[in-house]
Ligand binder design. Structure first.
Ligand code: CAO
Length: 445
């Protein structure tokens, strides 16, 4: 038996390359041409093969070391060599190109999130980022695939290989990532977290319950509409990312409703019906002008104040929620707003709204007044910072200082972004809005 120093062979144009993986450990039996380490330049990664069969006696490199042609990788007790035998030349290392930029780009939006999921999972049984320092049980994959998985935090050990002889391909890594993202597969770390009741995916939540509903009764599966899928993703982001608080209040609209009814009687022939929502839009513009924070948007550490008042309103459609926008509501009268609203709501229900008709809102109103309910907690339509929820008005006994009198009260629910607005401002905004709705002559002030 001879001790042989296995050195880095000709690695082409590269001067120095970094060791990113150790594929064997001391005591391992290795075959000739078996990969020993993976090195990486800024352009490619490659595996350095062994010059002989034998047993690893000493490893002379560690992860992060820079090596070049001639650097000693390890010392091997080589089989079948006399003690003074010269080391056998090994073929040049074969570069394994990193995945094409195009495929990385295409996969990045989904895959980048998996990194976050894996990285944020405490108590992971498999390191999410660091390559294993041992060759024991090392997954069968090319350096480029290993690199790809490492960059994304994908635990390669858990990826089923569908390539020749079970080799893990780039597509396998992508498919695994998609499965984790869709929830159909859990990483071991996620499963361990869930089992211990500690944590699950990226937010530290336990995984979504998977129930076989058919076990309990007949079921039918229906794909959600495109609009529901899109709005769902937006709602989820806004619900999670905005520290939102909701203030509830009531506005006395007894006189306003009487005015609305008489206006509609007078305008019967015009065909334009004035709705409470149109008055609300007008009143909100006045409140937004008085409290401009509510008409702003966050931009990093700054606030963007908009000197235009475009008011979105939630419209219920057969395909899901849509938010058409009344542009420049400050420059329009209640009749014009009512007319535009009815046209936009009709278009929304027919699925004919253009993107322009749904963009640019600075504040949104979600009215369930025509349906019912008391109060609710609407979700802010980012990048707006507040939204007003309105429910069905009803007559209530209100103390006027001497007696209870029946007044038509409108429930208001204002949700606001606590990063931008504080509770006192929100209470003032609601109180002011109530005053305007209580006496619309204030709009003239
Ligand atoms: N209190 C009492 N009655 C009200 C009211 C209120 N706050 N708001 C409206 N009404 C009445 C109207 O006066 C009308 O009565 P009449 O038919 O007797 O005149 C009736 O309710 C229906 O009004 P409407 O809903 O057609 O009209 P609108 O202007 O109030 O609303 C629109 C229009 C498009 C906002 C509404 O049709 C809609 O889609 N609302 C649902 C919004 C939604 O889904 N929000 C939730 C988002 S979060 O998931």
């Amino acid at each position: 038996m001879a001790l042989v120093e296995v050195k880095v062979p000709d690695i082409g144009d590269f001067d120095e390359v970094a060791v990113i993986e150790l594929l064997v450990k001391v005591g391992d039996s290795v075959k000739a041409e078996q990969s020993l380490i993976t090195v990486e330049s800024d352009k490619a990664s490659m595996e350095i093969p062994c010059s002989h069969a034998g047993v690893v006696k000493e490893i002379r490199v560690k992860i992060g070391d820079k090596v070049k042609q001639g650097s000693t990788v390890l010392v091997l007790e080589a089989h079948g060599l006399a003690t003074d035998a010269a080391p056998v030349q090994v073929p040049p290392a074969a570069p394994a190109q990193a995945p094409a930029a195009q495929s990385l780009t295409a996969a990045a939006p989904i895959l980048a999130e998996v990194t976050a999921v894996a990285a944020a999972t405490p108590g992971a049984t498999v390191p999410a980022h660091e390559p294993s320092a041992s060759a024991v049980g090392l997954p069968h994959a090319s350096p480029s695939v290993r690199k790809f998985a490492r960059e994304l935090g994908v635990p390669l050990e858990q990826v089923p290989g569908k390539g020749p002889k079970g080799r893990i391909t780039l597509e396998d890594v992508q498919a695994f990532t998609r499965s984790v993202m869709s929830g159909s597969v859990q990483t071991q770390a996620q499963a361990a977290g869930a089992a211990s009741g500690q944590s699950g995916a990226g937010l530290g939540l336990i995984p979504w319950p998977k129930v076989d509903f058919a076990k309990f009764g007949p079921i039918e599966r229906k794909e959600m509409s495109r609009i529901k899928k899109i709005s769902g993703a937006n709602l989820l982001r806004n619900a999670i990312m905005i520290p939102a608080v909701t203030n509830h209040d009531d506005a006395d609209i007894t006189d306003l409703e009487a005015f609305r009814v008489s206006t509609n009687k007078e305008n019967e022939k015009s065909g334009v019906k004035v709705t409470m929502l149109a008055f609300l839009i007008k009143a909100c513009v006045v409140a937004l002008k008085k409290y401009p924070d509510f008409n702003s948007s966050l931009d990093g550490d700054a606030l963007i104040y908009k000197n235009y008042w475009h008011i979105g309103f939630a419209a219920d459609t057969p395909n899901g929620l849509m938010v058409p926008v009344i542009k420049d509501a400050d420059k329009k009268g209640v009749l014009q707003i009512s007319q535009e609203m009815s046209e936009l709501a009709k278009k929304a229900r027919e699925g004919k709204l253009s993107p322009a008709e749904m963009s640019g809102a600075t504040f949104t109103i979600s009215s369930l007044g025509g349906i019912g309910g008391k109060y609710f907690t609407p979700i802010i339509n980012a990048p707006e910072v507040a939204i007003l929820g309105v429910c069905k008005s009803s007559f209530e006994p209100v103390w006027d200082g001497k007696q209870f009198v029946p007044r038509l009260m409108l429930p208001l629910s204002l949700t606001w972004d606590h990063r931008v607005i504080d509770g006192a401002s929100a209470a003032r905004f609601n109180a002011f809005l109530g005053q305007i709705l209580g006496d619309l002559r204030r709009v003239l002030l």
